[in-house]
Design a binder for this molecule. Structure first.
Ligand code: PGA
Length: 229
């Protein structure tokens, strides 16, 4: 089935020094020049640590890379006396997307549905698109969400991806229970080798690779393979 839009949303998690980011962009630019892959239907987003936003933004412009920027979380507070927090209002001119409720945030940082709902509100107010991550089809999804990241916890970072057919069934169930149009992005051990199978599934609108986004060659290959849809 031909899709009008397919998303590849890389998640660097807590990785990379500034030097690593510069090398990643240079290497990605070389690969991209050799094999330019963007089709009209493919949107590639990189969710990077806050500290790398400005570096990568200038490298994207310099090398004309077809990448959009996102972050991995935002504060649940608007702004003000919240030491250490980065608010959506601070990010509004810098990124287009943010992950919210990734299982690592829920697990290690004890983020609750209520916290995540606040984050969605702040993000929407700032004009940033939240990609709201959930572990299964029954998890709560706030009303304002248009992008859902379906990520079974057992598939994250394990090399054991959910089968495209099962992921498609869950994506269909998530869509069926919503009273609006949702895009569902699958995450959990997505690689260059399996991405095409997800891309051909009717209800899967994108993928969310973590490990496979860390190296420019694996990420580039994944994008190339996703573009054959
Ligand atoms: P993974 O991570 O691709 O390394 O499994 C996915 C994620 O956590 O978003």
């Amino acid at each position: 089935m031909k899709k009008s839009q397919f998303y590849v949303i890389g998640n660097w998690k807590s990785n990379k020094s500034i030097d690593d980011v510069v090398v990643w962009c240079q290497d990605f630019a070389t690969l991209f020049t050799r094999e330019p892959v963007m089709t009209e239907t493919l949107k590639v987003v990189l969710c990077v640590p806050f500290i790398h936003i400005s570096t990568i933004k200038s490298l994207i412009a310099l090398n004309r890379l077809p990448l959009r920027l996102g972050v991995q979380t935002v504060s649940s507070f608007a702004q003000g006396a919240y030491t250490g927090e980065v608010s959506a209002a601070m990010l509004k001119d810098l990124v287009e997307y943010t992950l919210i409720g990734h299982s690592e945030r829920r697990n290690y940082f004890k983020e609750t549905d209520q916290d995540l709902g606040e984050k969605v509100k702040q993000t929407k107010n700032a004009g940033i698109e939240p990609v709201y991550c959930i572990p299964n089809e029954t998890a709560f999804i706030p009303d304002q969400v248009n992008f859902v990241g379906y990520e079974p916890v057992w598939a994250i970072g394990t090399g054991k991806a959910e089968s495209p057919e099962n992921a498609n069934k869950v994506a269909a169930a998530i869509k069926a229970r919503a009273n609006r149009t949702l895009r569902v992005i699958y995450g959990g051990s997505v690689t260059a080798d399996n991405v095409a199978a997800y891309a051909t599934m009717e209800h899967i609108d994108g993928v969310l690779p973590g490990g496979a986004s860390l190296k420019p060659d694996t990420f580039h290959r994944l994008i190339v393979n996703a573009s054959h849809i």
